[in-house]
Write a protein that binds this ligand. Sequence first.
Ligand code: AHM
Ligand code: MG
Length: 320
Amino acid sequence: MELKKFLEDKGTESALIEVFKAIEDASKVVQSEVSRAGLGADIYGAKGSENIQGEEQQKLDVYADECFIKEFRACGQLAGLASEEQDDALQFDESLNGEYVIMIDPLDGSSNIDVNVAIGTIFAVYKRVSEKGSGLEEGDFLQAGKHQIAAGYVNYSVSTQLVFSTGSGTHIFTLDPNSGEYRLINENVKFPADGKVYSINEVNLDDFDDNLKRYAQICKDKRKADGKRMYTGRYIGSLVADFHRNILKGGIYVYPATVDSPKGKLRLLYECNPMSFLAVNAGGKGSDGTQDILEIEPTELHQRCPFYVGSPVMMDEALS
Ligand code: AHM
Ligand code: MG
């Protein structure tokens, strides 16, 4: 089944279906560019600029950001956007009657672009809190994750997949290269209750607090009845790809506070919130180590936080 029909059948508001159309269209353009990257086209490498977080921007980061902004501006239902690659939130003056705002990480996993490893686009949609037709306010963007009305990601990998939730289940669509359409392949995907994968950048182990060090050790020590190890480590370094594997196979992803990133590395608004929304809608959990991610009241656009997300049994063990 195609995306538009699926959303219509679910009774999705027509304005939100138009937002999904914009995501669909922009992701196809980005997918096409990503797939040309291996041909030696001049799209690999650094752009020579930094984003507001002091991170070097890759050419594809900037390209993806421009593609999504162009489609979102044209869509007419979005009054504005916040992006990892934009210092400040953007207001779309031509669409102030739009009732939604969107947050994006246009190309997550930037360090993997040049080495042909999976990368992704992450998005989160909210109803604006300010009056339709008026200018946007800070509060439109600084909403707790529990107020998301839709969230998802596009995983540009062996195939390109769109994974999203509008608040009732998490669904997977695959881009069919023949028809150029996203097709439903997995409705109501469920995080396996338990898993065997733990995904964490262990080079930071010395920086972890004692509880997390202990959890990492438990993961290494745990054995099944036959003496074989219970868990295995898998860490791609693209949140989208690590999350995608874990939602299908069962597992936990952790990016805690470290010396290099004392508040954690990942951004609450366009990384942790949407991934937690997807996890919760698939029976998983998302936490900053002490509280539910979706309950955090943001104070800054590019706010970072420690992030734990995954299968419920593994999450409960890690958090305990
Ligand atoms: P990015 O949005 O700049 O690509 O950074 C986020 C990425 C995540 O996709 C990934 O899980 C993490 O950073 C990897 O960081 P590290 O290399 O420190 O393990
Ligand atoms: Mg990212």
